[in-house]
Design a protein. Structure first.
Length: 82
């Protein structure tokens, strides 16, 4: 863990951007949460809640990507009109 933190800190200080793919991160989290095995009802409910939150985040990401696409098209049209 310390080495990962050192790498992130070094890249931040040197000004190197860290590019995270949000969709890949969400998919990785979904896989991790799905692989967790619970032994009691409370933990099962927490995992179910986490899965529901991840589904909501996926929906919001799709919606935001669609909105970005339409705004980029609109921007291109406005640039062409000038």
């Amino acid at each position: 863990m310390k080495s990962i933190l050192d790498k992130v800190t070094r890249k931040f200080i040197l000004g190197e951007a860290l590019n995270f793919d949000a969709q890949a991160s969400i998919q990785a989290l979904t896989d991790i949460v799905s692989s967790i095995r619970t032994t009691n009802k409370r933990d099962s409910n927490r995992i179910s809640l986490a899965k529901e939150h991840l589904r909501g985040i996926k929906r919001q990401m799709r919606s935001l990507n669609e909105k970005i696409g339409s705004l980029e098209e609109e921007l291109n049209l406005l640039k062409e009109e000038k």
